[in-house]
Design a protein around this ligand. Sequence first.
Ligand code: GFB
Length: 332
Amino acid sequence: MKTNSRIYIAGHRGMVGSAIWRALEAKGYSNLIGRTSAELDLRNQEEVMNFFHTEFPDVVIDAAARVGGILANNNYPYQFLMDNMQIQNNLIDASLKIDVQKFIFLGSSCIYPKLAPQPLKEEYLLTGPLEPTNEWYAIAKITGVKACEAIKHQFGKDFISLMPTNLYGPHDNFDLNTSHVLPALIRKFHDAKVKSNNKENIEPVELPCSEPVELWGSGTPKREFLYVEDLAEAVVFALENRLPGSLYNVGTGEDLTIQELSVLIQKIVGHTGEIHWDSTKPDGTPRKLLDVSKMTDAGWKAKTSLEDGIRKTYQWFLAQEGAIKEVKITQP
Ligand code: GFB
């Protein structure tokens, strides 16, 4: 990899793509290429092929995908299946046709069977049924992993897949209908705290107690969380080193229950009220802890603790909230 290699980051405006862009820039890579979805519809094969024939990237990183939390996955199965297949098929096939030097495909830990032994090793792929709430997204991502593996096997090209665990960080989606659990909890606890602080001004109480917050499911499922800037470091590591395998898990190797996560976020945000669990909402898979020994053996390890990562994400969220309020104030 040269610092002037032409590196196309598909999805460079998203949480993952923008973190990869910043990480590459920080390491001196000067020839980064990005297109917004308004400029280039990655679901359109002709548009994608024309773009590749104009830009001729040396390296392609596929961080473009339709993503969302448990409810969005459950409610929009067709879009999660079809958009993702179209995006990745177009990117992978165009990359093969113009002969890019390296292709990195990003997916998610939900590709593994729902009840596979824990921690999840790469070799457990396709050994059992998937978690029903996200099987559509998982099936799309599995086809991407297999397409890259087939290209490596058949043409000997450096097309690899990195499977991160649940990600979070700056530029995450904080919309409560479509977000993942970690940003949803930041928003819920923050909003409840702000609401009760405002109330306090009118009816002061001795001990400020935040409004209660409603969370989904039972709180018992376990999840592993990776700060997105750590994932970006892993992508740079995979770019700079030729990894021999075709599929690598990327995570911290540690998980916690959603209930434990809620207590941690409550503490960081400063919410002091009750938590109610809405059992009508799905729990999803009981656990999906990644076995990260393949990446560790290759020489990469995550470095941000969950608490530090949540603090940084909350700071970013607060800065956006401030910006949004300023815009609202200055509008007529
Ligand atoms: O992050 P999440 O939406 O998705 O939910 P998955 C994780 C757990 O948090 C589930 C619970 O048990 C949810 O019921 N949860 C509690 C909440 N309160 C909330 C809340 O307010 N919002 C949300 N969103 N969850 C996704 C997959 O699975 O993970 C995707 O659907 C992808 O395909 C992604 O793999 C990484 O971890 O269950």
